[in-house]
Write a new protein. Structure first.
Lengths: 123, 1156
């Protein structure tokens, strides 16, 4: 599984530890570097630290919620080019995605192949 | 801009219209900036804006419009707000020809008024009939000129309906009187003391304020006495009925003299809050000038008419595009040969259609261009005395213009110059005529000289001979091919004409050169010279062969007629022209047994019934003399000596020469018919008897003796049977003590009005009670004293009992309804709510009167109103049940959810009599539902979190498992399937709660329908090993809608079909495209659905119960599918037979109108 995505960083925001662990496992197997956070209010600081190539953002996440966090990323000129994928069980995810200018979304529960493909396509 | 106008003192008030007027940019209107408006306009606008009544100003020569809030509804939705600041003519173009002249009159300084004008207005969400008093009065500028028109509108609708509202309105009324632009005053009390009178009124009266104020009007204005006004005003005061006078002549003081004036006025009662009348308000407009002007116009009109009538020239006045004859003088009527009453008031060309083609274009041109038309010696054709006659006329059509120069008609003068023209044309025409007629006619025309030689032969004659002019003219008859007998006959006739100087006529048959044997009719006429001698003989010959043939045909048809008569059933006979029977009359003999000797001559009459002989002979002789058809009925003695009834018809047969040939008659036996008629009459008599016996008792009261002569039935009704002699007191004794007064009033009233009516209760001797109704008429003797009352009495006990039952049941209903916690209301078939139970009052805190007056819609939440009105109108229109959820305003200001349902009550013919509605408070229920849906929404989201992990790890497991580990792979796959299924169930739950909250989202695109179906089939097929999905049909092009949601429907239908047909091995999906819709059907051969369940399967959580144990699932799939299809403007339905399977269909438009 060695290819050009080796070493690229995916930053996952997810407050459910099980899901976080699952995603991390899958992405590590695909040779991504994976950083995680269970809170989203410090998103700009996290980016500063981890320099992610893609962000996976849960919607229902403390303290300020994924929607707001994506807004912060997308409105900041230095971070706005980082691809952000929304990540939620919310049935209205498609609409929210369009509203906050996210680059895509992954519905929970997800298919591993879908997760991989979407990340690969956007990173 | 806004500030500028807001600062103007006269634009300060006025609510909504005040706002609109302030905001308007007036600089573009003919009025210009408000700051520049003339003082009188400013004042009127100020007054108008502050005025609660409808007021409207049309200013200047262009009638620029301004109006206040009160006037706005009268303009309706189509004219407001555009009307503000533009010309009246533009706003009311459709009726400008009516109001234009009226406005012009007002601009001339004359006020006009229209009391109680009805306008249908939509002010409360429905159209109602509203009544208004309109008055139009001039607004004068400082220099005294009229600058514009003030229209005041006083709504009288309420006055008609609710006297309670009058108190308030009265006080406003009075305040406005002094400012009113028309003459107004108030009389107080029964002496009509003048309480308030404005300037206009004082001017009308010709009095100073001090002369009349606070005095009874007829004391202050004695000139008005004895003109019938006292009675009028007293009546209004006593009855409260409004009195309206139009152009009533009233003698009033004018410049120190009493003069007759004409006044339009209204007397209306002023009521106190308790309804008593305390005074009268009078509104008046003097119209003397108008009336006099009209009288003068009438006089001048008369004068004109008289002059015109006597003119020797025909004159008619034609109005309008249809040329309605307004008047026509005798000379004109003589020319067109019409009577005045057939001519006046009708369109000219409906009376003289023969002139339309020729004359209408000329009149149209005069009407259009205004240029007069002169016609000299016009040849016209007129229908006179039912014949078309040509005549020559000199005409002048002159346009008639009204005061504004508009052409409204044509005055036509016509002189018949036929004789003059005829004389002039006679000479030349005679010359031409000879040539023209003789050359072109098919008749043979020729001239003989005295030597029997042809000196002229026309074309037709030459053609018949087959010879040329040169060959024939100047030669005799023999030389021209006449046979000798023929020539000799004519020579004799010519001699006769020369001798007698009279024409001779004959008929001859000979052979035509080309047409063969023909029959000719000819006339030889003498041509007399100046000395009176015959100079030549002119002949005309006409081919009458067809005529003769026709004559023969007539004879033939008569013979056929004879044969037809012979075939007629009945006794046929013929009589001579003199009316005597002769010859063999077989039928008559066999009927009567009369021999020839017996019936011949008038002998036949001896076979008639002795009583019928004289009338028969009289009628027969009359018919014979007048040669008219004989129709009669009489009895005939038949052979066996019995008499039978016969109807007789006889017709005269006329010879070709007009002489009477004979009579043909038929006797028809009508004994049977007569019997039927007699039976009918008997039945009718019986019927009358029955009616009398069952219905009405009749009676006759002698006013003096108080005796009653009455029918049997009367005694029965009154419980007086068995009494020989009845008197009035017998009747009175029966009347219930409570109703004695009624009876006495009825009698009293009868003597006054001549009519008796009494309805009341009587008590029989056995103490049983009955209701009766008496109607009668009073008859008077010669001295005009009442001497008899004749009438009827009917028993109305049953009707009264019914009424009683009805009112009791009504009472019971109200009692019941009022004790119910639910809101109950009723409406008439047109949808007007007319009853609300106590619960509605308790809930809303309003009184019944408030609800009825202000409308029940006021308590409905503004957001629910529109839908409510829509649903209610639809229920009224279709007769379907009304069912709606909406919020009502409670007395404490809280809106609470209600479920309202109304059901139509129908009579036996299915016609809706009324609607009964209930509204149930579902606020708690609603909140519980919302909480539950919210809970489901959160719970399902939470459940998805562990599900996500489970699914992820299962997939991971599948990846890491060795391919050879078949068992492990199978378990992982099964676990995955269960997780997917669980995910679907949670999604469904979420969808249901979203549908309830109306939050289900749709993503609308134009998508490939075939592709959507294909992937749905594929994904279902993947999960099913037991069934094969057979797909038929495809469609072209794209469909607009939510592809995912529609796919959800297809998948739902397919999985259901598989689930409910466990023993089958296939399900069928069919796709069909109609014009602009597509239909998908999914058919299974499974367990099917019972008929009674078919309409419930689309409900939430419904599952076919008896199978619930065998089949899993929440049963919400179809509910969601139904919702999705409905949102696509489509239809989802099912057909099924238990045990045989079901077919589910849905149809959606290719281009659904849905947006979100």
């Amino acid at each position: 599984m060695q290819d050009n995505k080796t070493g690229k960083c995916v930053l996952i925001y997810e407050d459910d530890q099980e899901i976080l662990l699952l995603c991390k496992t899958i992405l590590l197997k695909s040779n991504y570097r994976v950083e995680t956070s269970s809170r989203c209010e410090n998103v700009l600081a996290d980016i500063e630290v981890y320099k992610p190539d893609l962000i996976l953002m849960d919607l229902w996440i403390p303290e300020i919620g994924g929607e707001k966090a994506v807004n912060i990323v997308k409105q900041n000129p230095t971070t706005r080019n980082i691809p952000v994928l929304l990540f939620s069980a919310n049935p209205d995810i498609a609409e929210i995605c369009a509203k906050v200018n996210a680059d895509g979304y992954i519905e929970k529960p997800f298919d591993i192949i879908t997760l991989r493909n979407k990340i690969e396509k956007n990173i | 801009m806004q500030n500028k106008n807001s600062d103007l003192y006269f634009l300060r008030g006025g609510g909504k219209m005040g706002e609109l007027i302030r905001e308007k940019d007036w600089s573009n209107t003919p009025l210009g900036e408000p700051a520049t408006w003339p003082q009188s306009l400013r004042t009127m606008v100020g007054v108008m804006l502050d005025n609660p009544f409808g007021m409207y100003i049309a200013w200047g020569s262009e009638y620029i419009q301004l109006y206040n809030d009160g006037y706005r509804p009268i303009l309706g939705l189509t004219k407001h707000p555009q009307a503000l600041g533009i010309s009246t003519q533009e706003t009311f173009s459709e009726i400008w020809d009516i109001i234009g002249p009226m406005f012009a009159g007002v601009m001339g300084g004359k006020a006009v008024g229209f009391p109680d004008l009805m306008l249908p207005l939509n002010r409360n969400g429905f159209v109602e009939e509203c009544f208004f008093d309109f008055s139009y009065s001039p607004i004068r500028k400082d220099n005294g000129e009229v600058g514009g028109i003030l229209v005041t509108v006083i709504e009288t609708t309420e006055k008609k309906k609710i006297s309670a509202a009058l108190t308030e309105s009265n006080s406003r009324y009075i305040n406005n009187i002094l400012q009113a632009p028309v003459a107004m005053c108030i009389f107080r009390g029964k002496d009509h003391v003048v309480e308030i009178a404005n300037e206009h009124m004082l001017r009308l009266w010709g009095k100073e304020a001090t002369e009349v104020m606070n005095k009874p009007i007829f004391e202050g204005l004695p000139e008005a006495k004895n003109q019938g006004l006292e009675e009028l005003i007293d009546t209004v005061f006593a009855t409260g009925e409004k009195f309206v006078a139009n152009e009533r002549p009233v003698d009033l003081p004018r410049n120190g003299k009493v003069e007759t004036t004409y006044v339009n006025f209204v007397y209306d009662a002023l009521r106190e809050s308790d309804g008593t009348i305390s005074g009268i308000i009078a509104i008046a407009v003097e119209v003397t000038e108008q009336v006099e002007a009209r009288e003068k116009t009438k006089e001048s009109h008369e004068l004109f008419r008289n002059t015109m009538q006597q003119a020797p020239v025909g004159i008619t006045i034609l109005r309008g595009e249809d040329f309605i004859a307004e008047m026509a003088n005798d000379a004109y009527l003589h020319i067109v040969d019409k009577r005045e009453n057939n001519f006046i008031g009708k369109p000219l060309f409906s009376i003289l259609p023969e002139l339309k083609q020729q004359i209408k274009p000329l009149l149209d041109k005069v009407l259009k261009t205004g240029e007069p038309f002169h016609g000299n010696e016009m040849l016209i054709t007129l229908n006179r005395c039912d014949k078309f006659e040509s005549c020559y006329v000199d005409t002048l059509y002159y346009p008639l213009k009204d005061d504004h120069g508009k052409i409204t008609g044509v005055i036509a003068s016509v002189t018949d110059v036929s004789e003059k023209v005829a004389a002039k044309k006679n000479v030349e025409e005679k010359k031409r005529l000879y040539e023209t007629i003789t050359q072109n006619t098919p008749d043979l025309i020729y001239v003989f000289d005295l030597q029997y030689r042809f000196t002229y032969a026309n074309e037709a004659l030459l053609k018949m001979w087959g010879r040329t002019w040169e060959e024939s003219v100047g030669k005799g008859m023999i030389e021209n091919g006449y046979e000798t007998w023929h020539a000799e006959m004519h020579i004799k006739e010519i001699d006769q004409v020369i001798a007698s100087k009279k024409a001779i006529r004959g008929e001859v048959s000979f052979t035509h050169a080309t047409l063969g044997k023909r029959i000719y009719d000819y006339i030889f006429s003498p041509i007399i010279d100046q000395d009176g001698n015959v100079e030549a003989i002119a002949g005309t010959t006409r081919d009458i062969t067809p005529l003769v043939q026709y004559r023969e045909q007539v004879e033939e048809s008569e013979q056929r007629f004879q044969a037809a008569i012979a075939a007629v059933q009945g006794i046929l006979w013929t009589n001579s022209a003199r009316g005597e029977m002769e010859g063999v009359q077989e039928a008559w003999s066999s009927l009567t047994g009369q021999s020839y000797e017996e019936y011949c001559g008038y002998g036949w009459s001896r076979a008639l019934h002795p009583d019928d002989v004289r009338p028969t002979l009289d009628a027969w002789n009359d018919a014979v003399n007048k040669r008219k058809m004989f129709v009669f009925e009489h009895r005939v003695r038949t052979k066996d000596g019995t008499y039978k009834d016969f109807s007789v018809r006889a017709i005269p047969l006329i010879n070709a020469d007009g002489t009477l040939r004979k009579w043909v008659g038929v006797h028809t036996d009508i004994t049977q018919n007569n019997k039927a008629a007699k039976t009918l009459k008997e039945n009718e008599e019986k019927l009358t008897v029955v009616i009398e016996a069952s219905e009405l008792g009749t009676w006759e009261i002698d006013v003096k003796t108080k005796n009653i002569i009455a029918s049997e039935r009367y005694s029965e009704i009154m419980g007086l049977t068995g009494k020989n002699k009845l008197s009035l007191s017998d009747t009175v004794k029966r009347i219930h003590p409570d109703h004695i007064q009624l009876w006495e009033d009825a009698i009293k009233n009868a003597y006054e009005t001549g009519r008796l009516f009494f309805s009341g209760q009587i008590i029989w001797e056995d103490n049983s009670s009955h209701w009766i109704e008496k109607k009668g008429k009073v008859f008077y003797d010669k001295k005009n004293n009442p001497h008899k009352i004749i009438g009827t009495t009917s028993d109305i006990t049953q009707i009264k009992e019914q009424q009683q039952i009805l009112s009791e049941s009504e009472h019971k209903f109200r009692l019941l309804a009022d004790s119910m916690p639910q809101h109950i209301w009723t409406s008439d078939p047109e949808g007007t709510l007319n009853y609300f139970n106590q619960s509605v009052m308790n809930y809303s805190g309003l009184t019944l009167e408030q609800i009825l007056r202000e409308g029940w819609l006021n308590i409905i939440h503004p957001d629910d109103k529109e839908e409510n009105i829509r649903q209610w109108q639809s229920a009224i229109a279709t007769g379907n049940d009304f069912l709606v959820e909406h919020r009502f305003l409670r007395y404490d200001g809280q809106y609470r959810w209600q479920l309202s349902r109304a059901i139509p009550q129908r009579d036996e013919n299915g016609k809706i009599q009324m609607w009964v509605g209930t509204s149930t408070d579902i606020q708690e229920q609603k909140i519980r539902e919302e909480k539950k849906d919210e809970f489901i929404s959160i719970a399902s989201h939470e459940m998805k979190t562990p599900l996500t992990t489970a699914k992820g790890y299962l997939q991971m497991l599948e990846i890491v498992l060795d391919e050879e580990n078949e068992e492990g792979n199978l378990y992982a796959k099964k676990a995955s399937q269960s997780v997917n299924r669980l995910n679907e169930l949670i999604s469904e739950l979420l969808d249901v709660s979203k549908i309830r909250l109306g939050k289900l989202n749709y993503t609308i695109t134009n998508f490939d329908f075939n592709e959507m179906i294909r992937t749905a089939v594929e994904s279902v097929q993947l999960t099913s090993q037991s069934h094969t999905i057979l797909q038929t049909g495809t469609m072209n092009g794209l469909v607009k809608g939510d592809a995912d949601r529609l796919q959800q429907v297809v998948i739902n239908l397919l999985t259901n079909a598989i689930k409910y047909s466990p023993d089958a091995d296939n399900v069928q999906l069919n796709l069909e495209q109609q014009n602009d819709t597509v239909t998908v059907s999914v058919k299974d051969t499974g367990i099917g659905i019972a008929q009674q369940s078919l309409n419930k399967i689309f409900d939430k959580y419904y599952r076919v119960e008896e199978h619930a144990v065998n089949f899993q699932g929440l049963g919400v799939g179809l509910f969601i599918s139904y919702e999705i299809i409905q949102r696509h403007d489509g239809k989802l339905w099912a057909e099924s037979e238990p045990g045989k399977g079901s077919t589910f269909y849905f149809t959606i438009p290719l281009q659904s109108k849905m947006n979100k």
